[in-house]
Ligand binder design. Structure first.
Ligand SMILES: Nc1ncnc2c1ncn2[C@@H]1O[C@H](COP(=O)(O)OP(=O)(O)OP(=O)(O)O)[C@@H](O)[C@H]1O
Length: 343
């Protein structure tokens, strides 16, 4: 058995990316939440504009769907600079990167998504490009190979990563500014939802926005997706009217519960409690017991369950917290993790 991940997966597919493009804020002032990042970034951009120099390179670190691509587009828009977009996996060889760098215009913004997945030779070329605005183009092979230096126009690199820890230090150090993107508060997601609802011409009362926001895993992408499902449900079953009860019914139909847990999350928790007495249990054993790949459980379900305080990672394996027992309507044993006085 595999689980339908689409609804609460933080990743977007091709079609969704098109819908997202229409919902993206275009300027920093329209960008909701991430107050600290917004303020830091506005200083970096404003001072660059005053000095009439491209700003320092910017690294954005955070989970999928929190607005990294949106911010990269905003940076280019605020600088009135063209934006070039690529991604780490597309840069397999140094030549792939050289082809882009050598055609950048002065002040252009280059956005590399998933920068931690770039191939090594491209990464090394990037070090020099970021620091000296120069690349070495290697011509020929073996002992006869020569490096021809090539100047490139001063540009601003915006890198995005979900795993900053995987970036080699020399690359990380060449960014002048790192924006740490946090999960959004419910109130911020309500604002995202109100803005998107207006763009989609959906009337969204505040209590319905709250109902959707609470179930959105702190992630604007998921909030926007749940909003579209609620709209569909309201159109077909509720005469086009969205209210709190309609939102709750729609999301129950899609098996997203009051805290944003979906079927896989609940299956993982259920197995941990019912089959393993709350753990500790190893990741692979847990994954097998719900019929999923260990990676899916580790990357998709676990970070959210840990963040919600429902499971904890310990050196001996995954354990359920007292809150997990309560969430599934069961009584936590007295020695449950996180129950009673700490040991
Ligand atoms: N702060 C925000 N305010 C309003 N909408 C936002 C905000 N952040 C993200 N969104 C919306 O969420 C969607 C996903 O954002 P975006 O594509 O920028 O995320 P991402 O972090 O780049 O994800 P990925 O790493 O998967 O590409 C977009 O439709 C965007 O409009």
């Amino acid at each position: 058995m595999t689980f339908e991940r689409e609804l609460v997966s933080p990743d977007a597919d091709g079609e969704e990316r098109q819908i997202e493009a229409a919902l993206r804020p275009k300027r920093l002032a329209e960008f909701i939440g991430q107050a600290r990042v917004r303020e830091q970034l506005s200083l970096v951009l404003e001072s660059a504009l005053r000095r009439q120099r491209p700003p320092d390179h910017v690294l954005m670190n955070g989970s999928p769907g929190l607005g990294k691509t949106t911010l990269a587009m905003i940076i280019a828009a605020e600088l009135s600079a063209p934006l070039r977009i690529t991604s780490g996996p597309a840069l397999e060889r140094a030549g792939d990167l050289a082809a882009i760098l050598s055609t950048l215009g002065e002040g252009e913004v280059l956005f590399i998504d998933e920068i931690h997945r770039m191939a090594r030779p491209a990464e090394e070329m990037l070090y020099m490009a970021m620091e000296d605005f120069r690349v070495d183009i290697v011509v020929g092979k073996g002992p006869g190979a020569t490096a021809i230096p090539l100047d490139i126009a001063p540009f601003t690199l915006v890198g995005a990563t979900t795993r900053a820890g995987l970036l080699p230090a020399p690359l990380r150090d060449r960014f002048g500014f790192t924006a740490h993107m946090d999960f959004y508060e419910t109130g911020e997601l309500e604002q995202v939802l109100r803005r998107s609802a207006a763009l989609l011409a959906v009337e969204l009362p505040d209590d319905a926005a709250n109902e959707i926001a609470r179930r959105s895993r702190g992630t604007p992408r998921i909030a926007n997706r749940l909003l579209r499902r609620v709209r569909d449900y309201a159109d077909v079953r509720a005469g086009g009217v969205v209210d709190r009860a309609v939102a709750a019914r729609a999301l129950e139909l899609y098996e997203v519960d009051g805290e944003g847990l979906d079927r896989l999350d609940r299956a993982v928790l259920g197995a941990l409690l019912r089959k393993f007495g709350g753990g500790p249990v190893g990741l692979s054993t847990l994954a097998v017991s719900v019929g999923e790949e260990p990676e899916t459980v580790e990357v998709v379900a676990e970070p959210f369950l840990v963040r919600q305080g429902l499971i904890a990672r310990t050196p001996r394996g995954r354990v359920a917290t007292a809150a997990a027992w309560t969430h599934l309507g069961m009584t936590p044993p007295p020695d449950a993790f996180g129950a009673g006085p700490s040991t």
